[in-house]
Write a protein that binds this ligand. Sequence first.
Ligand code: ADP
Ligand code: MG
Length: 588
Amino acid sequence: MKIKNLALVLLAIAIPVLALLPLPDFWIVQLNYIGLYALVCLGLVLLTGVAGLTSFGQAAFVGIGAYTTAWLTLNTGMSPWLTLFVGLAITAASALIVGAITLRMSGHYLPLATIAWGLSLYYLMGNLAPLGKYDGLQGLKSLSVGSLDIGQGRLFFVLTWAILLAGAAALLNLLDSRPGRAIRSLKGASQMAEAMGINTFRYKVSIFLIAALLASIGGWLLAHFQLTVNPSAFGLKMGIEYLFMTVVGGVGYVWGAIVGAGLIKLLDDYLQVALPALIGTSGSYEVIVFGVAIVLVLKYLPDGLWSLVARYLPDAPRKVDWQNAGNLPSRSKPARGESVLKVEKIRKQFGGLIAVNDISFQIDAGQIVGLIGPNGAGKSTTFNLITGTLSKTRGHVLFRGQDISTLPARGIARQGMARTFQHVKMIPDMTVLENVAMGAYTRGHSGVIGSMLRINKSEEQRMMKEAQRQLERIGMGEHLHEQAGNLAMGPQRLMEIARALCSDPALLLLDEPAAGLRHKEKQDLIAVLRQLQSEGMSILLVEHDMDLVMDVCDHLVVMEFGTLLTQGTPEEIQASPAVRAAYLGTEH
Ligand code: ADP
Ligand code: MG
């Protein structure tokens, strides 16, 4: 059994057992708080740990959930089971608005924006008279089903931890799916993801929403557990504390959320009593200790406490359950000789530099066209103009007769153009198979909710089958379950080709696939290109290595200083005095 499933089962058994054991009430209360906090931290694992988006504002979403149910149950008499959904709706609306504004920000601007958001909501809660200003709202009722009170003690413990368990299971399912792989690309590989047809912004908004909803459920539970709400529980200090819990536990791990919430809650309580006794005066000394501790953790254990545990829990290799899976949908391919790509006078200006100067050429189906030229000639820029990674200053690109000049990279990928990168781009801590499956993104449909509920299983199997097929096609069948980051340069480049092939492309663009390869690896690459050629694949190859280019290409386009020097067959190019001059810097 996979570790993650085992852990879920263990937790599912532990919850009723703990509830039945004669634990002192004090410990049940502690466990209730830990469960509540862990629910918020779970969202931060997804947002900050997996996707690299730092939020100090989660406590504000806890506040929305808490205040919504408090105000509604006190003023309208609505059942708390209904107010939960009202709270979730208000949270979703505010998360979508905040997310749409802040998630386009990069670097430090996003965390700063979440601080601003956390602060403003805190002062809003503290200044609105209907919300009781800084005194908050008192006199809430605890949760009940019929006459059964489940708002306190052991039944509340079971409820909270059951929700937490369901949340953890849903997140683990999500991370191991089509949308999950897209989410895992957000930290450091979004350019690659966009080139695979993934709308990365949409996924940022989705996970911001999920994290906010988890926090909101936490707030709803908290309100009915404490029977009172006031702004101090939802301010910036608490927002920082949630982030701290998650980082200490292990921001990259679902289980880290629970470990971190548990440790900080218990430590916080202990220090609040122990430190004043030790020092002899009262004061919030624990805040100082936490400040020092967070610096030490960030320095010496940046992956958190759970990383120490995870080291001894290697995950079993993915169970191969897709032998009998069907095929993913495939696209119609252009017939041999049909025009695939027409580049018409494209130009790119960087300030005063014309990096690409009115370049035109075309590729017919089944051809391998090489784009060559000395360093700085403008090859990569041309490549990026065609694939939509850069915008053109002017000119047009026709792909299978359609004008794709204004499409973004992901739109062009969806049309059936697949690429690799001059510098390999991948998700290093995912297996080779899963990295390659990202190429099949546009051939699937499963969404976030379906993946959380695991109703995407048959599509997932088809994707894995396709990824395995493409890896075997290029001779990488041995490496399926290896971590991609552990591969040598040669296999990494081949993996990128397999990932591109996974999208079932009508045109494959390779940017310097031989760069950094050893002799044997280069031979493997040539064999793969030959095989693709025999299968009728159309390829645009940007390459520095002249031997390789002369060996595999049908047609060559030569660039120099941004302009098109000449084009023709490899023989014609080799015989051309102008090309020799460009490469050797002499007339002969
Ligand atoms: P090649 O791939 O043929 O080596 P490039 O397309 O990378 O060449 O670069 C062509 C020219 O454009 C070079 O002079 C390079 O310095 C310049 N260039 C490339 N990218 C940028 C950029 N983002 N901003 C400014 N100049 C650039
Ligand atoms: Mg280049």
